[in-house]
Design a protein. Structure first.
Length: 153
C-alpha cells in the first residue's frame, strides 16, 4: 500500500483553501519541485501569516514582491557588479541566480508588508473575512403557547 504525504502541498499555500488548485499545478512545467530560495510559512495569529524567504546576497533593489489575483509573486534578480579586484572566486556557495517564487493565496488574504532583515525577506499576510461572510448567531424565539381553560358548566 502506498502512503500519500500531502505536506509538500501545504508548503506553498497560505490559508489552505486552494488545495485542489495546487494538485492541478503539480503537473505544470516545473512539476512543483522548485526549491530555491528556501522559505518558511508561519502562522503568527488567528488570521495572520508570515512567509520568510532566505535571500542572502540580495538587496532591496534586487527584490520585488507583487500580489495579484490570489497569487503572491516574489522575484529576485541580482545585477552583475564588475569586480575591480584581482581576486578570483575558488568556490561559490552563495547562490546569486535569479528566481521567481509564486504562492497561491486563499480568499480574502492580503499582503500587509514586507521587510528585508539579515538576509531574510519577511512578508506579512492577513486574512480579513468581510462582515457579510462571517458566521452570525441567530436568536431562536420560542412561541408562547396559550392554554385555554375550560369554563365550568
Amino acid at each position: 500500500m502506498r502512503n500519500f504525504d500531502p505536506s509538500p502541498l501545504y508548503r506553498s499555500t497560505v490559508g489552505f483553501d486552494r488545495l485542489f488548485g495546487m494538485l492541478d499545478s503539480l503537473g505544470g512545467p516545473d512539476g512543483g519541485s522548485q526549491s530555491y530560495p528556501p522559505y518558511n510559512i508561519e502562522r503568527t495569529g488567528e488570521n495572520a501569516y508570515r512567509v520568510t524567504m532566505a535571500v542572502a546576497g540580495f538587496g532591496e533593489a534586487d527584490l520585488s514582491v507583487e500580489a495579484k489575483e490570489h497569487t503572491l509573486t516574489v522575484k529576485g534578480e541580482r545585477k552583475e557588479q564588475p569586480d575591480n579586484t584581482e581576486s578570483e572566486v575558488l568556490y561559490r556557495g552563495i547562490a546569486a541566480r535569479s528566481f521567481e517564487r509564486r504562492f497561491q493565496l486563499a480568499d480574502h488574504v492580503e499582503v500587509r508588508g514586507a521587510q528585508l532583515e539579515n538576509g531574510l525577506l519577511h512578508i506579512d499576510l492577513v486574512r480579513e473575512i468581510p462582515e457579510a461572510m462571517k458566521p452570525r448567531t441567530i436568536a431562536i424565539n420560542a412561541k408562547s403557547q396559550k392554554q385555554v381553560e375550560a369554563v365550568a358548566a
